[in-house]
Design a protein around this ligand. Structure first.
Ligand SMILES: Nc1ncnc2c1ncn2[C@@H]1O[C@H](COP(=O)(O)OP(=O)(O)OP(=O)(O)O)[C@@H](O)[C@H]1O
Ligand SMILES: [Mg+2]
Length: 167
């Protein structure tokens, strides 16, 4: 994955697996490593690692108080960065079909992902679950296809029966 991006590969990457197997640990390490490598090769790029839960909580908070995390600001920031890491995609959404709650969240994700490449995602969801979860507001799979854009060859799936490192 790191070599793919170091050679200027373009596309998203996805790391999928059960809770606690080390997806956040692995991708955070990758973000730091890529940052170092780009510096070593005298080719600095901007890299941002974002927890989707914290991001959406901050943006939601900005609806009532000016905390500097407005939707427009976040879309701008997340769109411009060269490599964006999204930690735990899916955790921001409600799976019980609470459409009103998901709507602005999915809109934000769509705006970001439609305007950028090279997003490295980690999630508990399989690609089938991603297609289902993000099918609601943007029928015909517009959002899920942007999430899964170019992941072929850059997807890493932890085994379903892998041990949780937290226990
Ligand atoms: N390679 C590793 N070496 C040492 N500790 C690790 C390693 N990978 C993960 N851990 C530790 O195991 C725990 C779980 O890892 P992590 O949070 O990355 O899991 P996760 O797959 O992101 O889980 P979730 O889906 O719940 O977010 C953390 O405390 C992490 O520090
Ligand atoms: Mg995690």
């Amino acid at each position: 994955m790191e070599q793919f991006y170091r050679r200027d590969g373009v596309g998203n990457a996805i790391v999928t697996g059960p809770s606690g197997v080390g997806k956040s640990h692995l991708t955070y390490g990758l973000a730091r490593f890529m940052n170092e490598q780009f510096k070593v090769y005298d080719n600095p790029r901007s890299i941002l690692f974002v927890s989707v839960v914290s991001l959406f909580n901050k943006v939601e908070e900005s609806f009532s108080i000016d905390n500097g995390f407005s939707k427009a600001k976040m879309v701008d920031l997340l769109t411009k960065v060269d490599y964006l890491f999204l930690d735990d995609l899916g955790k921001e959404s409600r799976k019980d079909g609470n459409k009103a709650k998901n709507e602005w969240r999915h809109q934000l994700l769509y705006e970001v992902l439609d305007n950028r490449h090279n997003t490295i995602i980690n999630t508990n969801l399989s690609s089938e679950q991603i297609k289902n979860l993000y099918a609601d507001d943007f029928g015909n799979g517009a959002l899920s296809s942007r999430i899964l854009e170019g992941v072929m060859g850059n997807s890493f799936v932890y085994p379903k029966d892998m041990q949780d490192r937290r226990y």
